[in-house]
Design a protein around this ligand. Structure first.
Ligand SMILES: C[S@@+](CC[C@H](N)C(=O)[O-])C[C@H]1O[C@@H](n2cnc3c(N)ncnc32)[C@H](O)[C@@H]1O
Length: 210
């Protein structure tokens, strides 16, 4: 996501509901997590989710990577705050294979449907995850029709700028169904579960084998 108007609209939009849902899902999937270690956010965008993790888990080292410097630039001011975990944002594209097998937590929200090859996400997770790492993937869920997609856009982003509404519509139609994500996970030999978690989201989560 590099377009100036698109990036600005995304960074200014209110995704607090979806971001809170991501944090809730993480806490309910991994109640034992005490906030230590290294957290990697793939396709972090402006870094809102990573900022929430840094605030809630002050003992971590957090890295967000995103292929768009323009998106990262929108986020820096929000993320770097005192009394939080250390947060670094870095411009890198998937597949990302730095620091292999050293990340205790891998997060990603709303990236999967952007990738030309969804395998790049799962392969990155496999390469980066430390043994026993916690993985939380959330993404949009493809609706059953274009009409259903248009209804979701109207319901959730009818007040947002047109560029954001268009983006949401196209993203919904580019997203996967639960069965498709389960198949991607199975193909990669990962042990993650995947479910519908709202009328427009799915999530996949689990632990990487120790
Ligand atoms: C819809 S935004 C989600 C941003 C953030 N995760 C959030 O929840 O707000 C998708 C992000 O994925 C990034 N992206 C798309 N393809 C990518 C790739 N191959 N490698 C890294 N980042 C990518 C885009 O630049 C964009 O910032």
């Amino acid at each position: 996501m590099e377009g100036k108007e698109q990036v600005k609209a995304y960074a200014e939009a209110d995704f607090s509901q979806a971001n809170a849902q991501f944090s809730r899902l993480f806490r309910s999937a991994f109640p034992e997590f005490r906030g230590e270690g290294r957290i990697l956010d793939l396709g972090c965008g402006p870094g809102h989710i990573l900022r929430d993790f840094a605030l809630n888990f002050p003992g971590c080292t957090c890295l967000g990577i995103d292929g768009s410097q323009a998106m990262l630039d929108q986020g820096l001011a929000h993320v770097v705050q005192p009394n939080t975990s250390s947060v670094t944002l870095q411009c890198s594209c998937l597949p990302f294979t730095d620091d292999c097998r050293t990340w205790q937590v891998i997060l990603t929200n709303s990236l999967l449907h952007h990738l030309a090859d969804p395998g790049h996400l799962w392969q990155t997770i496999i390469k980066c995850a430390a043994p026993g790492a916690l993985v939380m993937v959330m993404d949009l869920l493809r609706p059953c029709s274009e009409q259903a997609a248009a209804a979701l856009v109207k319901k959730y982003s009818g007040q947002e700028p047109q560029v954001l509404q268009d983006d949401f519509y196209h993203s919904l139609l580019a997203a996967y169904r639960v069965e498709e994500v389960r198949e991607q996970i199975r193909e990669q030999g990962l042990d993650l579960q995947c479910s519908k978690v709202s009328d427009r989201h799915l999530a996949a989560w689990g632990r990487i084998s120790p």
